[in-house]
Design a protein. Structure first.
Length: 122
Protein backbone atom coordinates (compact mmCIF):
# COMPACT_ATOMS: atom_id res chain seq x y z
CA UNK A 1 0.00 0.00 0.00
CA UNK A 2 2.81 2.44 0.75
CA UNK A 3 2.95 5.37 3.10
CA UNK A 4 1.70 8.92 2.72
CA UNK A 5 3.12 11.59 5.03
CA UNK A 6 1.52 15.02 5.39
CA UNK A 7 2.54 17.78 7.76
CA UNK A 8 -0.53 19.60 9.06
CA UNK A 9 0.36 23.06 10.37
CA UNK A 10 -0.97 24.37 13.66
CA UNK A 11 -4.37 26.03 13.62
CA UNK A 12 -6.79 27.81 15.92
CA UNK A 13 -8.25 24.41 16.90
CA UNK A 14 -4.88 22.70 17.26
CA UNK A 15 -1.95 24.75 18.62
CA UNK A 16 0.72 22.39 17.24
CA UNK A 17 1.70 20.83 13.94
CA UNK A 18 1.04 17.15 13.25
CA UNK A 19 2.71 14.60 11.00
CA UNK A 20 -0.24 12.65 9.63
CA UNK A 21 0.53 9.18 8.26
CA UNK A 22 -1.62 7.00 6.02
CA UNK A 23 -0.82 3.43 4.98
CA UNK A 24 1.79 1.04 6.35
CA UNK A 25 5.14 1.65 7.99
CA UNK A 26 7.46 -1.20 7.06
CA UNK A 27 10.96 -1.78 5.72
CA UNK A 28 10.00 -0.35 2.33
CA UNK A 29 8.53 2.89 3.78
CA UNK A 30 10.62 3.43 6.93
CA UNK A 31 13.21 5.59 5.13
CA UNK A 32 10.45 7.90 3.89
CA UNK A 33 9.13 8.13 7.46
CA UNK A 34 12.64 8.90 8.76
CA UNK A 35 12.96 11.77 6.28
CA UNK A 36 9.62 13.28 7.29
CA UNK A 37 10.35 12.87 11.01
CA UNK A 38 13.71 14.62 10.57
CA UNK A 39 12.13 17.43 8.55
CA UNK A 40 9.34 17.81 11.08
CA UNK A 41 11.69 17.93 14.08
CA UNK A 42 13.86 20.57 12.37
CA UNK A 43 10.93 23.00 12.25
CA UNK A 44 11.42 24.19 15.81
CA UNK A 45 8.32 22.58 17.30
CA UNK A 46 8.15 21.95 21.04
CA UNK A 47 7.02 18.39 20.31
CA UNK A 48 6.69 15.92 17.48
CA UNK A 49 3.08 14.72 17.15
CA UNK A 50 2.48 11.77 14.81
CA UNK A 51 -1.10 10.85 13.89
CA UNK A 52 -1.45 7.11 13.22
CA UNK A 53 -5.24 7.11 12.80
CA UNK A 54 -4.93 5.95 9.17
CA UNK A 55 -2.01 3.54 9.66
CA UNK A 56 -2.92 -0.13 9.43
CA UNK A 57 0.48 -1.71 10.12
CA UNK A 58 3.83 -0.85 11.72
CA UNK A 59 6.69 -3.34 11.34
CA UNK A 60 9.82 -3.58 13.46
CA UNK A 61 11.50 -1.18 11.01
CA UNK A 62 8.74 1.34 11.69
CA UNK A 63 9.05 1.00 15.46
CA UNK A 64 12.83 1.51 15.13
CA UNK A 65 12.12 4.72 13.20
CA UNK A 66 9.82 5.96 15.96
CA UNK A 67 12.34 5.06 18.67
CA UNK A 68 15.11 6.89 16.82
CA UNK A 69 12.80 9.91 16.53
CA UNK A 70 12.10 9.77 20.28
CA UNK A 71 15.85 9.83 20.97
CA UNK A 72 16.38 12.69 18.55
CA UNK A 73 13.47 14.69 20.01
CA UNK A 74 14.78 14.11 23.52
CA UNK A 75 18.24 15.39 22.55
CA UNK A 76 16.56 18.56 21.25
CA UNK A 77 14.41 18.86 24.40
CA UNK A 78 11.25 18.16 22.41
CA UNK A 79 8.39 15.86 23.25
CA UNK A 80 7.33 12.98 21.02
CA UNK A 81 3.71 11.80 20.88
CA UNK A 82 1.83 9.15 18.92
CA UNK A 83 -1.90 9.66 18.46
CA UNK A 84 -4.75 7.50 17.19
CA UNK A 85 -3.33 3.99 16.99
CA UNK A 86 -5.80 1.42 15.71
CA UNK A 87 -6.21 -1.87 17.61
CA UNK A 88 -3.74 -3.88 15.50
CA UNK A 89 -1.03 -1.25 15.76
CA UNK A 90 -1.71 -0.67 19.49
CA UNK A 91 -1.53 -4.41 20.24
CA UNK A 92 2.03 -4.61 18.90
CA UNK A 93 2.96 -1.32 20.61
CA UNK A 94 1.76 -2.76 23.94
CA UNK A 95 3.44 -6.12 23.32
CA UNK A 96 6.76 -4.35 22.76
CA UNK A 97 6.33 -2.36 25.99
CA UNK A 98 6.81 0.95 24.20
CA UNK A 99 4.37 2.80 26.46
CA UNK A 100 7.32 3.28 28.83
CA UNK A 101 9.21 5.18 26.13
CA UNK A 102 6.64 6.85 23.86
CA UNK A 103 3.79 9.10 25.00
CA UNK A 104 0.48 7.98 23.46
CA UNK A 105 -3.05 9.38 23.19
CA UNK A 106 -6.08 7.55 21.85
CA UNK A 107 -7.19 10.49 19.75
CA UNK A 108 -6.31 14.04 18.77
CA UNK A 109 -9.13 15.17 21.05
CA UNK A 110 -7.53 13.40 24.02
CA UNK A 111 -4.20 15.08 23.26
CA UNK A 112 -5.87 18.48 22.94
CA UNK A 113 -7.64 18.01 26.29
CA UNK A 114 -4.39 16.95 27.97
CA UNK A 115 -2.54 19.90 26.44
CA UNK A 116 -5.27 22.29 27.55
CA UNK A 117 -5.24 20.90 31.10
CA UNK A 118 -1.43 21.09 31.29
CA UNK A 119 -1.53 24.71 30.19
CA UNK A 120 -4.09 25.54 32.88
CA UNK A 121 -2.22 23.89 35.78
CA UNK A 122 0.96 25.90 35.53
Amino acid sequence: MGLTCVIKRSSAQRPFSVLQLTGSVDSSTAEKLNSFLAMFSEQGQSRVVVDLTNVDYVSSAGWRSFLAAVRSASEKHMGFVLVGMGPQVKDIFDLLGLERVIEVYDSMGALLRATSTADETC
